[in-house]
Design a protein around this ligand. Structure first.
Ligand code: HPA
Length: 266
């Protein structure tokens, strides 16, 4: 069985990756009705898995991504750290299209996704703490690398996750702004939560692709999103490539003990 210690989950615009040394493809069986296909390679002497969230050819929309199968497959390979990319619309005018932001909080507005591995019965009942949903150690590695590479990354962003696949109405974005959201996207929940449920460290780099609905006068199109993503691909791949060696070998965050005190005893 192939193993990997760190995984990259590529969002829209990052369905393949050019930064690997050796690449093998593996299909990992899961109990969640899907066997995700992953690439395994090496960065700086460390075994890395790459998983395109929407599939190799971007054929799965955000609300139909099998988040449990994806995270389960990474866990089965031995992955302890996940760096994800996620495209976002900007609500906060200080965060502009073309820039990057590290997510630090999320607000969940999704409605029809499987949000947990623990569904009672044999799998038990678990209530994890998500006060700080994104791993501080991984975020630190990205911030340090961004500084070194002189890439502008907003260090703190609150992300609102909508169900999609449609974009939001102007009124919805106004409401999200009042609630304190900086960015809006469709994929980071429950991905982030599921990783945490398996005590994996998880951080997400938001690629800001557009002003959210009603924030600018311009009509919002997916074509605009793709154009901005294409412009950012080389930069984000460079950032990931350099950030991975910055991740300490041993974990000193609390992500590895999330289940302590979270499991309902029967
Ligand atoms: N809304 C939701 N998801 C997104 C957006 C947006 O404006 N841009 C990129 N993903």
């Amino acid at each position: 069985m192939l193993r990997a210690e760190v995984a990259i989950i590529g969002g829209s615009g990052l369905c393949s990756i050019q930064v690997f040394k050796t690449v093998k493809t593996v299909k990992v069986n899961t109990p969640y009705g899907m066997s995700p296909e992953l690439l395994i390679g090496e960065i700086g002497g460390r075994d890395i898995a790459f998983l395109p969230r929407h599939g190799k050819k971007h054929t799965t929309p955000p609300h139909l991504v099998n988040y449990r199968a994806n995270i389960w497959a990474l866990h089965k390979l031995g992955v302890k750290r996940i760096l994800a990319t996620t495209s976002c619309g900007s609500i906060n005018p200080q965060m502009q299209p073309g820039e990057l932001a590290l997510l630090t909080q999320f607000i969940d507005f999704t409605t029809c996704r499987a949000h947990t591995f623990y569904e009672g019965g044999k799998s038990g009942v678990v209530h994890i703490d998500v006060t700080e949903p994104y791993c501080p150690e991984l975020r630190g590695a990205v911030r340090k690398t961004a500084k070194k590479l002189r890439v502008k990354v907003h260090p703190h962003a609150t992300y609102a996750c909508t169900e999609g696949p449609r974009f939001e109405t102007a009124a919805e974005i106004k409401a999200l702004q009042i609630l304190g959201s900086d960015l809006v996207g469709m994929t980071n929940v429950p991905e982030c939560v599921l990783a945490r449920e398996l005590e994996m460290c998880y951080a997400a780099i938001g690629i800001i692709t557009n002003s959210a609905a009603g924030v600018s006068k311009k009509k919002l199109t997916y074509t605009e999103v793709v154009k901005t993503l294409e412009k950012n691909t080389a930069c984000i791949q460079g950032l990931l490539l350099e950030a991975i060696p910055e991740i300490p070998k041993r974990r000193s965050c609390s992500c590895s003990s999330v289940l302590k005190g979270a499991v309902v005893k029967v």
